[in-house]
Ligand binder design. Structure first.
Ligand code: F6P
Length: 360
């Protein structure tokens, strides 16, 4: 079975459903098949910054129940870029040397990093700098990591957004309302277009396709003329106003987050169509809870494949899902460009074919 190894695993960036299923698969494969040790590093790279490094030994007993558990048992963070790490005195310091030292203190032969494009780019820079053996697994509900058709977390997020639409059909019909659902997705419209089609939306707005309010109002009128007394609209959080302004929510600390486009549309649609309009912002509900069966399947396949890459000594690679297969690609290629919804792709064509208004 080859030489004995000790491998590390960490989750980085925003959490999502399916992370625990990946951790479980890695432990099953690494300990069960290869008889290696697996150390789970807590709070992303932060676990490698503290002394002693914050890591736990993972065995099958510890991960057995994880297949259906949401979140990540290791914890994660989407703050604190190690290249400009915020110190208590307010200064920013490059702490990559400490992370590399933490990896060596744990005696790791390889590291599996589970993250989105931002986290994976950071992990790759650190691995290159320290000559660390890194294998990457893509995760993000946004599904915008390059090359892979699917990232961990996306399918469950789509299921949750679709279920929300399924429920909203009834209340919208009962009150003859326009219901707007604002979904996450950062700069990509993958959740919006997928859930919009699956949930029977009348209008889907994604950042990749610019829209006119008048087209949305025409669609609402068309549906009324067809005898439909309500309309469902899905909008991705990073869609801009008609004038091109990015809607952001700013809290009292001055921190900004994407959000508000749903309410902007509701006001504009009420004015132009006279329809009574309500907004549902799904938010972090899309990241939580039990992973869907497809999520568990992809998580399991990615976990096994990542361990196998280490067994083959193939590093600086990312596992991807392509045409029903797990294929490994150079990590540099995967993070070179993030993946948006193709405006001439199958989902956009499907939406148009169904008469769904995309706003253009
Ligand atoms: O990248 C995942 C994501 O959920 C985005 O869809 C969303 O814009 C962002 O993270 C929210 O981040 P936070 O958890 O920091 O509010």
């Amino acid at each position: 079975m080859g030489e004995h190894k000790r491998i590390g695993i960490l989750t980085s960036g925003g959490d999502c459903a399916g992370l625990n299923a990946v951790i479980r698969a890695v432990v099953y494969r690494a300990t069960g098949t290869y008889h290696w040790e697996v150390l789970g590093i807590r709070q992303a790279t932060n676990g490698l910054l503290v002394r002693p490094p914050d890591a736990i030994c993972l065995d099958i007993e510890k991960v057995d129940h994880l297949l259906t558990a949401g979140g990540t048992m290791l914890g994660t963070t989407n703050k604190g870029d190690p290249f400009a790490f915020p110190m208590p005195d307010g200064s920013l310091r490059d702490r990559t040397v400490d992370i590399i030292e933490g990896y060596h203190q744990l005696g790791l032969d390889a590291l599996i990093g589970i993250g989105g494009d931002g986290s994976l780019a950071i992990l790759r820079r650190i691995a290159q700098q320290g000559n660390l053996n890194l294998v990457a697994i893509p995760k993000t509900i946004d599904n915008d990591v390059g090359i892979t058709e699917r990232s961990i977390g996306f399918d469950t997020a789509v299921n949750i957004a679709t279920e929300a639409l399924d429920r909203l059909h009834f209340t919208a019909a009962s009150h003859s309302r326009v219901m707007i659902v604002e979904v996450m997705g950062r700069d990509a419209g993958h959740i919006a277009i997928s859930a919009g089609i699956a949930g029977g939306a009348d209008v889907i707005l994604i950042p990749e396709i610019s829209y006119k309010l008048s087209n949305i109002c025409d669609k609402i009128r068309e549906r009324q003329e067809q005898g439909r007394n309500y309309c469902l609209i899905v909008v991705a959080e990073s869609v801009r106003t008609e004038e091109g302004e990015q809607m952001m929510q700013i809290n009292r600390l001055g921190q900004k987050r994407l959000g508000g486009i749903g309410q902007y549309l509701a006001d504009a649609i009420s004015i132009c169509s006279g329809a009574e309009t309500r907004v549902t912002v799904l938010g972090h509900i899309q990241r939580g809870g039990t992973p869907s069966p497809l999520e568990r399947l992809i998580a399991s396949a990615f976990g096994v494949a990542a361990v196998d890459l280490i067994a083959e000594g193939k590093y600086d690679q990312m596992v991807t899902w392509q045409k029903r297969e797990v294929v490994s690609v150079p990590l540099a290629d995967a993070i070179a460009k993030y993946r948006v919804v193709e405006s001439d792709g199958t989902l956009v064509k499907t939406a148009r074919g169904l008469g769904i208004c995309l706003g253009d």
